[in-house]
Design a protein. Sequence first.
Length: 405
Amino acid sequence: MARIVMKFGGTSVGDCDRIKNVARRVKAEVDRGNEVAVVVSAMSGVTNQLVDYCKQIAPLHDAREYDTVVSTGEQVTIGLLSMALQELGVQARSWMGWQVPILTDGAHGKARIETIETGELERRMSGGQVAVVAGFQGLGPDNRVTTLGRGGSDTSAVALAAALKADRCDIYTDVDGVYTTDPRIVAKARKLDKITYEEMLELASLGAKVLQTRSVEMAMKHRVRVQVLSSFVDVPGTLVCDEEEIVEKELVSGIAYSRDEAKITLVRVADRPGVAAAIFGPLADANVNVDMIVQNVSEDGKHTDLTFTVGKADLDRATKVLSEKQASLGYERLVPDSNVVKISVIGVGMRSHAGVAQKMFSTLAEKAINIQVITTSEIKVSVLVAEEYTELALRALHSAYGLDA
Ligand code: ADP
Ligand code: ASP
Ligand code: MG
């Protein structure tokens, strides 16, 4: 007998027939003699709709009330799935975040899970009851509902698996595993049997939304065996695991893209000590995260151009903060550009092999794609290019690194 956490995303619970399909999959695990907890998302499109309602009422809304609204989607699906399981003769009970409770910090809209009190769940699960738990939500120190950031049900599932010391955490979704790149954009993308925690963490944080970044961090920390698989077809998925478990290591294991970034260039900034601190300090104070940065050497020793990226959602705020400080920062012009995409090549093999970055640059050059900003780390290279090249760049790089199926 094993203890298993199964998680189903929005498309997998997108209508009543799909919820019944999920119930059959859960029943199959129960029939194998396993103890099962299920985490579900809201039906597809519901959370987007709820977020949109909040924006329509107040563009800069209270984060506590945002959480009150957007957490409701999951309440519907836990109730419906519990009913569907009961219809199949399976004992099941729904659980909202506060009922478990799943305790988080107080960062409304992007809360972190701190502890999950599993006592009551475990008692019921060992008595044969399936626990159907709402993803994406928890209870904050202010005794109010919190949400975990978009895509957060993955994190709910992995955190629950860690707290329950589950044997497996199976993430069921609308693709049958983790691919070398987004299979919806590159038809030749190849499914990976296994991927390391580290590579999955980079893929997720660089834009592959198949798993929320925090869920991978949590899986890595607690060594949860996570499997990504399809809720529609019965084929083996992808196992996220330690590097030692992977025999054939690829040089490059995946390519990710993110359309969530925007670029800001400050033209003719005074080139003197303290300028970077004077620019990035106020941005940090305004809660704007800066990602890629390039600063050119000044020709005259007095002025330089500084380019960096921020989240697209933060572009207006960043522009406002910097415009207010134009006089003291002494730059000539601020040029915002949200027509960009960040493309990243990821692989643990890069640690020991040279030439990965060079191949990326030459491949993009052959397609006449101009690189605007570059950043690297031990296992990834990222470039910023104009957004219209997303598909072309992804396909060309995918072939160049020999990843095509
Ligand atoms: P769910 O609603 O089940 O959580 P998501 O939409 O959040 O599903 O994540 C699944 C989607 O992630 C897929 O439909 C796919 O388009 C996208 N995706 C992006 N990159 C990858 C990748 N490397 N491998 C698999 N899927 C990816
Ligand atoms: N329903 C939430 C969202 O759409 C959480 C999730 O799907 O993981 O972001
Ligand atoms: Mg998701």
